[in-house]
Ligand binder design. Structure first.
Ligand SMILES: NC(=O)c1ccc[n+]([C@@H]2O[C@H](COP(=O)([O-])OP(=O)(O)OC[C@H]3O[C@@H](n4cnc5c(N)ncnc54)[C@H](OP(=O)(O)O)[C@@H]3O)[C@@H](O)[C@H]2O)c1
Length: 261
């Protein structure tokens, strides 16, 4: 058994595991000898990943659960359904924003779905599965964030606020769980060429990072949390730190405009 599987196995739960970085996590983890539970809304996409991995890694047990993480009952349903599985690694990847614009011009239900996806569900899943990991004295948790967490970001206000929550939650849990043998990482992605971006913001697709490389950097950094920022995250964070908060919001707004040019 690999050292990675001994520490984070036998099973990884990937919320948002059917495409993009999520399915790349699945592929890498199967290679490392972990069994998988993949969660997403679309059963067909989940089944395509499961079939591909089952063929490549016939010894791995791969389960898929088609459910919407924004539904209030979903975290409890997952906890119950996975009661007999030992989840040693939780990766919470789902979370994209699909509507840009001024906060007041975007329907409230969009804001509520975004906070359900990026705040409520990861909090509940981390509380449940993190608790079991602490009892076992080992495990890992990766909460996927975005460079938008760095400062309030006009046009994606709720998304950036939700990602700030995700990152600061992970940082605090990194400290609390470290003495119990559980590693926690916030991975703040920059632009990544995922199918979601291709569908939703085609003008930005082709300029982002490769999903497989991003997933690989995540897993390599898991034991050295609490935060991994994709490039140019560190440079941008330093730049923002030298500005007033008002200037930082301006700078983030300009960076967002450039992204969608
Ligand atoms: N792509 C980027 O440029 C970028 C930049 C910064 C940060 N990020 C972060 O990276 C993560 C992945 O982003 P992404 O671009 O791949 O898009 P995404 O839609 O957030 O993630 C894709 C995965 O999540 C699933 N998913 C989405 N909404 C779901 C829901 N309500 N319930 C259950 N599963 C759901 C998708 O499958 P279904 O659609 O079938 O449900 C798919 O498996 C997100 O947290 C995002 O905020 C991405």
């Amino acid at each position: 058994m690999s050292a990675f599987a001994a520490k984070y196995g036998p099973t990884a739960l990937i919320a948002g595991g059917s495409e993009g970085v999520g399915s790349e996590y699945a592929r890498l983890l199967a290679e490392k000898g972990l069994d998988l539970v993949l969660v997403a809304r679309t059963a067909e996409k989940l089944e395509a990943v499961r079939a591909e991995l089952a063929e490549a890694f016939p010894e791995r047990r791969i389960e898929t659960i088609a459910t919407d993480l924004t539904t209030p009952e979903t975290p409890a349903m997952l906890a119950q359904r996975l009661a007999a599985r030992e989840i040693g690694l939780l990766i919470y990847n789902a979370g994209s924003n699909w509507k840009n614009g001024d906060f007041l011009d975007i329907p409230l239900d969009h804001a509520q779905a975004l906070t359900a996806l990026n705040v409520t569900a990861p909090t509940a899943l981390t509380h449940h599965f993190g608790g079991l990991m602490r009892e076992r004295g080992r495990g890992g948790i990766i909460l996927v964030s975005s460079l938008a967490y760095l400062v309030g970001s006009p046009q994606i206000a709720v998304y950036s606020a939700a990602k700030a929550y995700s990152t600061t939650l992970a940082e605090a849990l990194w400290f609390e769980l470290k003495p119990h043998g559980v590693d926690v990482l916030s991975h703040a992605f920059g632009s990544v060429d995922t199918p979601f971006i291709a569908r939703t913001f085609p003008e930005a697709y082709g300029r982002g990072a490769d999903p497989a490389e991003v997933a690989s950097r995540s897993l390599a950094a898991l034991s050295s949390g609490p935060l991994l920022r994709e490039e140019p995250g560190d440079v941008f964070a330093q730049h923002l730190a030298g500005l007033t908060r008002a200037q930082a919001v301006e700078a983030m707004h300009q960076a967002g405009n450039a992204y969608h040019d």
